[in-house]
Ligand binder design. Structure first.
Ligand SMILES: Cc1cc2nc3c(=O)[nH]c(=O)nc-3n(C[C@H](O)[C@H](O)[C@H](O)COP(=O)(O)OP(=O)(O)OC[C@H]3O[C@@H](n4cnc5c(N)ncnc54)[C@H](O)[C@@H]3O)c2cc1C
Ligand SMILES: NC(=O)c1ccc[n+]([C@@H]2O[C@H](COP(=O)([O-])OP(=O)(O)OC[C@H]3O[C@@H](n4cnc5c(N)ncnc54)[C@H](O)[C@@H]3O)[C@@H](O)[C@H]2O)c1
Length: 472
């Protein structure tokens, strides 16, 4: 039995920096990884998808360059080259992360699958064979999530794609049917449409992106439909099968009506589930919720003293920046004796469609549900000077503000650089900057952020439009 001060299970976006910092703080630490260092984000999440989204954007720009006076006669999409570039980026990020762990004194990187054998005890099924027993007073669960496979008759009999396996396709699917129209579905749907696939998207909810405000979801669907992507909302896949010619067939009901869709590939993008099934949590007495997520308090402590859970394995928003922030909270509480909590943490995110959707704070629907006295400002990107100059006026800016305190409650930017502009607004929200202050703040011209002046002008009919707004 090996004795450590700390054991980190999973080298994801929380575990990797946490293990390093704990070792550097003098704690003898082990980090156990069953697959590859860097977890989902680096290996089959953010990094590879955003690298491939960049190729898809290039294809789109090549096909839409005439308007800017640049005529590109012919272009082709070279998927093997796109994969090669993506793989090189992934490999360099993964290699860098692994080197960082291996080069840290007092830290052991162990490849294998960790299973709890008691509250402070772990058994590792080593990748190279054999097992290793270890224990520590501090154990951190950072095992992330994996694709959830819906219970659809016939699905287990066909070679369906997941967000991981689709990243390795060497040829562009002729017709890709996507189950689930949220982040993963939208990002891959647009990407493969731009690579040349026909795309059909199915969503069980009455509309795509059910967690977003209706106007935002509608606008995104409109943008993707303009690229000839087909959406079916209120849709349920009732059966899938392989036809004698090798094609796949999905039987679906759309608003109660049965249809058959023939396609070459099916991507399952219907959500993710925590990787806790094989973790032996019951041996440690660690409680999970009814969906298998590890229950934690606001300081990310489980019900067992000394055992913590960070990142996607606990309930709540599943993003890399949240996993990373979890690490900083746990580390500072433990080592720097801070008293930090995840309560009231502002959660920004960006869906990397083109244009992207950046959002922070609450939605209009949430403001309504909470019965707040709020106002909504909206500015179409057609009124954003920078968007006109750049030649892409799809989308809009939207803000929800408190009518009494004038504070910003939530912002969504569906437009070019939406994720970047929303970061500006996030800082305003954290700093308590009110919308009248932003309305008259000096931003560089011509930037997208400058149009935040005009966005907030919309809130007060007595306010004179700025010279920039008058120009339109
Ligand atoms: C296709 C896709 C695109 C995404 N794009 C974005 C994006 O653009 N922006 C964003 O913020 N988020 C994005 N995400 C989400 C993001 O990847 C996750 O939120 C993030 O990786 C979570 O980090 P984590 O540390 O909790 O877990 P992970 O990164 O999943 O790491 C968990 C690690 O634990 C290991 N592990 C699991 N069980 C064991 C065990 N028993 N023993 C040892 N090791 C174990 C796993 O192998 C894995 O390496 C995307 C996700 C997907 C699937
Ligand atoms: N840019 C980003 O930050 C980014 C990108 C990709 C993924 N992610 C993360 O990955 C997680 C998973 O993404 P996701 O899109 O798979 O999950 P999700 O949970 O966000 O959405 C799944 C969608 O599938 C629908 N659905 C479920 N079962 C269905 C069925 N049988 N038929 C049709 N539709 C069905 C749901 O109603 C939902 O709209 C997200 O929570 C997100 O945090 C983030």
């Amino acid at each position: 039995m090996k004795i450590y001060d700390a054991i980190v299970i999973g080298s994801g976006q929380a575990g990797t920096p946490l293990a390093k910092k704990l070792a550097m703080a003098g704690k003898k630490t082990a980090i156990i990884e069953k697959r590859m260092v860097g977890g989902t984000c680096i290996n089959d999440g953010c990094t590879p998808t955003k690298a491939m989204v960049a190729s898809a954007k290039m294809a789109y720009l090549a096909g839409h360059s005439d308007n800017l006076g640049v005529h590109i006669k012919n272009f082709t999409v070279d998927l093997p080259q796109i994969l090669k570039r993506k793989n090189e980026i992934v490999k360099s990020f993964q290699g860098g992360a692994q080197k960082g762990l291996e080069g840290t004194a007092g830290l052991d990187l162990i490849f294998g699958e960790a299973v709890f054998t008691g509250p402070q005890a772990i058994m590792v099924k080593l990748k190279d064979g054999g097992t290793e027993e270890m224990q520590a007073d501090l154990i951190f669960i950072n095992t992330g999530a994996k694709t959830a496979i819906p219970d659809v008759p016939g699905l287990s009999d066909i070679d369906y794609l997941t967000s991981t396996s689709i990243l390795e396709l060497e040829t562009v699917p002729q017709h890709l049917l996507i189950i689930g129209a949220s982040y993963i579905g939208m990002e891959f749907g647009q990407m493969f449409r731009r690579f040349g696939s026909k795309i059909t998207m199915l969503e069980t909810s009455p509309r795509a992106l059910p967690k977003e405000d209706e106007d935002i979801a509608e606008e995104i669907v409109k943008i993707l439909e303009a690229e000839e992507i087909t959406f079916h909302a209120d849709a349920k896949v009732t059966k899938v099968s392989k036809k004698p010619n090798g094609d796949l067939e999905a039987e679906i009901t759309v608003v109660g009506e049965t249809r058959l869709i023939s396609c070459s590939h099916i991507l399952v993008a219907a959500g993710r589930k925590p990787q806790t099934e094989a973790l032996g949590l019951q041996k440690a007495g660690v409680e999970t919720d009814d969906r298998g997520y590890v229950k934690v308090n606001d300081r990310l402590e489980t019900n067992i003293p000394g055992v913590y859970a960070l990142g996607d394995v606990k309930p709540g928003p599943a993003f890399t920046h949240i996993a990373y922030n979890d690490y900083t909270i746990v580390y500072r509480n433990l080592i720097e004796k801070a008293n930090l909590s995840i309560k009231n943490r502002l959660v920004p995110y960006c869906m990397f469609t083109d244009p992207p959707l950046g959002r922070v704070g609450i939605t209009e629907a949430e403001a309504k549900k909470q019965g707040l006295n709020y106002k909504v400002a909206k500015l179409p990107m057609q009124y954003v000077a920078r968007a006109i100059e750049v030649g892409d006026t799809r989308g809009f800016m939207k803000a929800i503000v408190d009518a009494d305190t004038k504070k910003i409650l939530g912002v969504a930017i569906l437009g070019e650089e939406g994720g970047e502009i929303v970061s500006v607004m996030q800082m305003a929200m954290v700093g308590g900057i009110t919308y009248p202050e932003i309305r008259y703040m000096v931003f560089a011209h011509p930037t997208y952020s400058e149009s935040l002046n005009n966005l907030f002008m919309k809130l007060d009919s007595l306010t004179q439009p700025s010279p920039k707004e008058r120009a339109f």
